[in-house]
Ligand binder design. Structure first.
Ligand SMILES: *[C@@H]1O[C@H](CO)[C@@H](O)[C@H](O)[C@H]1NC(C)=O
Ligand SMILES: *[C@@H]1O[C@H](CO)[C@@H](O)[C@H](O)[C@H]1NC(C)=O
Ligand SMILES: *[C@@H]1O[C@H](CO)[C@@H](O)[C@H](O)[C@H]1NC(C)=O
Length: 308
């Protein structure tokens, strides 16, 4: 048991589930590099012989410093150039290997065997999955709803798929399967949902066995949605207030201009009034003089009458 726990800690990538039946389970995703752990404990195995096989395939053979990467022949073509060991760790009894660019075909049962050291053998189960590839499409869009589709490709193994709105609520949706003749991957899965509100919608795929979640999202405007109408309302309000403010400024300017014109008009008659004060007085004086003259004339006539 202690040995198995120690082996679990040696892993660099992949998810390891240690089981108590003497084998180790490693989970990896297509394209990853994965370490298959194997250790004899504190013992220098530099001069030793160990052999990694998968079913009937030769994966990696090490014999006292010579191996498939530096002279030994017989490696299965599937693993050529993809497998190496950790030379620095041999002195600690570590015979782990790393396999690069993992493929679905690498899935299977591996064994790490020490024929000259008590025939010790370790089993490692490698499980390879493929993380989902998502594609989102708008199938239909009208004024009040949009039909969204999420397409899941190459997901292996099984998955859970859902459409989620910006509030994290799972939307009602219908699943469809695509026709496919691919042997490795299940057919593409399509999940359709109708949305009637503006927002960001996410398609989420969970692959429990891979401990992996994939998400894609899309932003959808729905024109009949109140929240959009609300923002249009705000825009209209802003435009109207701008017009009102410009109108008010225009009225103030017009009023000021009018006031200026008005006060200009009032100044002219008052000056005319002032200048006409003198003619009026002159007229009065003339009138007075005239009256005086008349008076003297009258006097003269009376005097003349007296004379006659
Ligand atoms: C999210 O929840 C709020 C409040 O419950 C609601 O007004 C809004 O429409 C919801 N958004 C979506 C995209 O459903
Ligand atoms: C979306 O709405 C249309 C029209 O109401 C309906 O025909 C279609 O079946 C709906 N699709 C889904 C996936 O709900
Ligand atoms: C699953 O992934 C999460 C985060 O990626 C990690 O914290 C967790 O330990 C993983 N679970 C298993 C069983 O490996």
């Amino acid at each position: 048991m202690e040995l198995i726990n120690l082996l679990c800690l040696l892993t660099i990538t992949g998810v390891i589930i240690c089981k108590d039946k003497g084998f180790i389970r490693v989970v990896a995703r297509v394209g990853e590099d994965v370490v298959l752990p194997c250790s004899l404990g504190p013992k220098n195995i530099g001069p030793a012989l160990f052999d990694w096989t998968k079913d009937q395939q030769n994966v990696f053979l090490y014999d006292g410093g010579v191996h498939y990467n530096n002279g030994l022949h017989g490696q299965d073509p599937q693993f050529k150039g993809r497998v190496s060991h950790f030379p620095d760790k041999l002195k600690n009894g570590d015979a782990s290997i790393i396999i690069r660019n993992i493929q679905l075909s690498d899935s299977g049962s591996y064994s790490c065997y020490f024929p000259l050291l008590n025939h010790q053998r370790f089993y490692i189960e490698l499980f390879v999955g493929a993380s989902a590839k998502l594609r989102i499409m708008i199938l239909q869009i009208t004024e009040d709803r949009a039909l969204l589709q999420c397409e899941v490709h190459e997901a292996f193994p099984g998955l859970q798929i859902s459409w989620i709105d910006s509030n994290g609520t799972i939307l009602p949706a219908t699943e469809k399967l695509e026709d496919s003749d691919d042997l490795h991957y299940p057919p593409a899965l399509m999940l359709q949902t109708n949305v009637t509100k503006t927002g960001i919608f996410r398609c989420r795929v969970t692959q429990q066995e891979l401990n992996h979640t994939t998400e894609a999202q899309i932003s959808i405007p729905i024109f009949s949605d109140k929240t959009v109408a609300g923002s249009i309302g705000v825009l209209v309000t802003v435009v109207i207030s701008t017009v009102v403010i410009i109108g008010l400024i225009a009225v103030v300017i017009l009023y000021w201009w009018y006031r200026r014109r008005q006060s200009g008009n009032r100044e002219e008659p008052s000056s005319r009034l002032r200048s006409s004060e003198h003619p009026d007085q002159e007229q009065d004086n003339k009138m007075a003089a005239h009256m005086q003259r008349r008076g003297s004339d009258v006097q003269k006539t009376t005097n003349q009458k007296k004379d006659t």
